[in-house]
Ligand binder design. Structure first.
Ligand SMILES: Cc1cc2nc3c(=O)[nH]c(=O)nc-3n(C[C@H](O)[C@H](O)[C@H](O)COP(=O)(O)OP(=O)(O)OC[C@H]3O[C@@H](n4cnc5c(N)ncnc54)[C@H](O)[C@@H]3O)c2cc1C
Length: 268
């Protein structure tokens, strides 16, 4: 009997939500967890480890973000003359519906509205979120899962590790600046999880480029800096890994402001 392993995309209603910062906690020198709260979290839908939202930041000097204009197809440009919203994509790290709380882990990279806002985040500040627009439901019946991430995709990778069943074979490679950026993860003793340190010359490209994919059906999920992932994507394809079971996503691009789309399969 063959096992059906279709990835299912489910869509959610798009509701803009204005939230307030409840807590801020440094996870590592380069990563901060911001907990948001508010009644507007009622009805928030979250279904997959890489579910993400658009986060709307206040303009410099403002105390509230400009919220999105929505049309039938989702986000629309603001009317002429109206201020433009400032937004970036971020992963939903945890949701606690009973407490009306949502966590987002921000990489502190020192530039941009997202990185700069996160470096000064404090309780009482307000941000907007929109989404998740949809969730990719990946079957939990694969023989193995290969996960890869840099700091921006680490929140999703950490959620993947918590989401996968105990019987799943897991290989994970996580590229961070150095040893100080390692975080505690929910890792089973038999999982093959390795941290890669850029300050030692290690990278996702080198580490994944040298892997032999295990036998059987596997799912590949890798995200991080777009240019560095191109050779990774090519390598995974060259190993005969089916496209429909492969997600290699550019979450940001060096030198490019606001990569407002995922650089995926068709961007090579
Ligand atoms: C689906 C999805 C989920 C994401 N989830 C997260 C998440 O949970 N946490 C998170 O921190 N990021 C996450 N990101 C990445 C985040 O959206 C980008 O890093 C975004 O560019 C940050 O916006 P910014 O305003 O800080 O910088 P921008 O204004 O977009 O860029 C300014 C400059 O900073 C550079 N830059 C951007 N990001 C980085 C970085 N990480 N390191 C070094 N330089 C950088 C750009 O190349 C550019 O030169 C996610 C992206 C996607 C597509």
């Amino acid at each position: 009997m063959t096992t059906v392993r279709d990835v299912e995309l489910v869509w959610h209603d798009l509701t803009p939500r204005l939230l307030e910062v409840v807590r801020v906690r440094r996870l590592t020198p380069g990563m901060v967890r911001v907990t948001f709260g508010g009644e507007q979290l009622d009805g928030f839908r979250y279904a997959a480890p890489d579910d993400h939202v658009k986060v709307f930041f206040p303009a410099p000097g403002a105390d509230r973000p400009v919220m999105p204009t929505l049309g039938e197809d989702g986000l629309e440009p603001p009317p002429p003359g109206a201020p433009r919203p400032i937004y970036r994509d971020y992963t939903v790290r945890y949701v606690r519906p009973e407490q009306r709380e949502l966590d987002i882990d921000f990489a502190l990279h020192g530039h941009g509205p997202g990185g700069s806002w996160a470096a000064q985040a404090a309780p009482g500040q307000r941000l907007g979120i929109l989404g998740p627009r949809g969730s990719n439901l990946v079957p939990l019946t694969f023989d193995w899962y290969l996960l890869g991430a840099d700091e921006t995709a680490l929140p999703a990778l950490a959620a993947w590790l918590e989401h996968l069943p105990a019987a799943a074979r897991v290989i994970a490679r996580i590229e961070v600046a150095g040893a100080a950026e390692e975080q505690p993860l929910a890792v089973r003793a038999d999982a093959d999880v390795r941290w890669l340190h850029r300050d030692r010359g290690e990278s996702l490209e080198l580490a994944i480029g040298g892997l032999t994919l295990p036998p059987g059906d596997g799912y590949v999920w890798i995200a991080g800096e777009a240019s560095g992932l191109k050779p990774v994507r090519r390598y995974i394809r060259s190993q005969g890994q089916p496209r429909e079971w492969t997600e290699v996503d550019g979450y940001w691009k060096r030198g490019v402001v606001n990569l407002d789309h995922h650089e995926g399969e068709d961007s090579d």
